[in-house]
Design a protein around this ligand. Structure first.
Ligand code: FE2
Ligand code: FE2
Length: 174
């Protein structure tokens, strides 16, 4: 794999860790204080790491470049991926609303639907979208995409990105 795709693939691996944690939260519903704390940490992770750092790279750099190289993608798999990102934001808002109104059962149902959709989305990107990207661009173009990804991380803060990752590891124990 080239560096640009590897960077997104590695972010997927971290997001998949959060997905596993989210699935395990059902056991905490009986302890509202614990459930609320863990859910709010996860909501923060999905909004910051998955959306702000990761989806942003796809939306601002990868997908527009793919469409420039092959305009048929605009109405195909890239559109599907962009629509998913919009749905994901809405679902996370719903998880937050249900948690705030102490409707933990519904919060967890929505969270599970969200992580299931997100893991399907990641599978399509890993198996289909990244394959297309790797064949669509030459080495120099991929290098350029990689540096634009790094610029986004630098702009949003690499330390903050790392600390979101570390905090994810702590959710299991809080
Ligand atoms: Fe995506
Ligand atoms: Fe992705």
């Amino acid at each position: 794999m080239n560096k640009a795709v590897t960077l997104l693939f590695d972010e997927h691996e971290i997001i998949l860790e959060a997905i596993e944690i989210a699935k395990g939260l059902r056991d905490s519903i009986e302890k509202p204080e614990v459930y609320e704390r863990k859910t709010s940490e996860l909501i923060l992770f999905f909004r910051e790491y998955a959306d702000k750092y990761h989806h942003y790279k796809e939306e601002e750099v990868l997908f527009p470049e793919m469409i420039k190289a092959n305009e048929l993608l605009e109405s195909g798999v890239v559109k599907e991926m962009l629509d998913n990102h919009v749905d994901f934001r809405e679902m996370i808002r719903e998880v937050e609303t249900f948690t705030n109104s102490k409707n933990y059962e519904q919060a967890q149902n929505t969270l599970e639907a969200y992580v299931e959709a997100l893991s399907d989305h990641i599978a399509v990107e890993n198996e289909e979208v990244f394959e297309i990207a790797s064949t669509l661009f030459n080495e120099k173009e991929l290098e350029n995409i990689f540096f634009r990804f790094k610029d986004i991380d630098l702009e949003l803060g690499e330390n903050n990105k790392e600390s979101l990752r570390e905090k994810l590891g702590n959710i299991r124990t809080i």
